[in-house]
Design a binder for this molecule. Structure first.
Ligand code: SF4
Ligand code: SF4
Ligand code: FES
Length: 281
């Protein structure tokens, strides 16, 4: 994968990368290997590991795709903090030694690559999609639901999640309870339930209201601290607890399901506008 940027002709700094290596089929336990490579301003951790793989040691394995903080696949533990490799500039770390390890709380596949299977199963378990009785309307692309800007803001920040798993790797509860749903899945349970187009909150609360669900979170906020998209999973989990508590005290919050927007009025063409050519395929 050619992700190394063309480096500018300017002063280089030699940085030591201590990278955790591990091939479960071959190695008894993980070990560190050091690489000293030239770094210039603007190079990211992803650029550096791509440089190492392309020019120094092609046995090093890592995962990345978009290089722009969107796909969520390049998460690493950088000097002890979960970060996206493509969004972390090496020189901004202000150190001459950078330690890279795979994200904690995930099984290691090889070197810096971890297995997200369990993480995605937890995400799927909370039904991360719009649930409503009139499903036929959902598949009709000519129809749309009315939602006010205020209603949109109720879930907007939670919809920015790119499923990078950084919050999950930072969470101490995930470390101690492998059945804990984790900050990402719980946040998405809130994201869909807070959407006025959705009517699935009762179904999702049944899934998250258990000893491995939202009550296991002790609100330390490590998840929120590391999220690269500004999502606040700790807040979402507290809002889920609030929804559950309200129901236990008999104060079921009133929810108005978003209605279908009326069909748009037929547009009248302006006079003297030429007609478009007929479709060619
Ligand atoms: S909430 Fe943030 S840290 Fe967690 S998976 Fe989503 S984007 Fe990544
Ligand atoms: S606030 Fe909850 S979900 Fe977030 S890191 Fe702490 S225990 Fe984990
Ligand atoms: S490579 Fe896609 S988020 Fe970093």
């Amino acid at each position: 994968m050619a992700v190394t940027k063309v480096v500018e002709k300017e002063k280089e700094v030699t940085i030591t990368f201590r990278i955790q290596r591990y091939m479960p089929e071959k190695d008894e336990k993980p070990y560190f290997k050091e690489y000293k490579i030239p770094i210039t301003r603007g190079m990211t951790i992803l650029d550096a590991i791509a440089y190492i793989q392309e020019r120094v040691d092609n046995t090093l394995s890592f995962r990345a795709s978009c290089r722009m903080g969107i796909c969520g696949s390049c998460g690493l533990l950088v000097n002890g903090i979960p970060r996206l490799a493509c969004q972390t500039q090496v020189l901004q770390l202000n150190t001459t030694v950078v330690e890279l390890r795979p994200l904690p709380n995930f099984p290691i596949v090889k070197d810096l690559i971890v297995d997200f299977t369990g993480f995605f199963e937890k995400h799927r378990s909370i039904k991360p999609y719009i649930i409503r009785p009139d499903v036929s309307d959902l598949s009709d692309l000519d129809k749309e639901y009315i939602q006010s800007p205020e209603e949109h803001l109720m879930y907007l920040q939670f919809s920015y999640c790119i499923k990078c798993g950084l919050c999950y790797s930072a969470c101490p509860t995930t470390y101690t309870d492998e059945l804990f749903l984790g900050p990402q899945a719980l946040t998405q349970a809130y994201r869909y339930s807070a959407d006025t187009r959705d009517n699935g909150i009762e179904e999702r609360l049944l899934i998250v209201d258990n000893p491995h669900g939202c009550w296991r979170c002790h609100f330390a906020g490590a998840c929120t601290m590391v999220c690269p998209r500004g999502v606040d999973p700790a807040l979402a989990i507290q809002l889920l607890k609030k929804e559950i508590a309200a129901r236990r005290f008999g104060a079921k919050p009133r929810r108005e399901l978003a209605k279908l927007a009326p069909p748009p009025k037929e547009a009248k063409p302006r006079p003297n506008i030429p007609k478009p050519p007929p479709p060619s395929v």
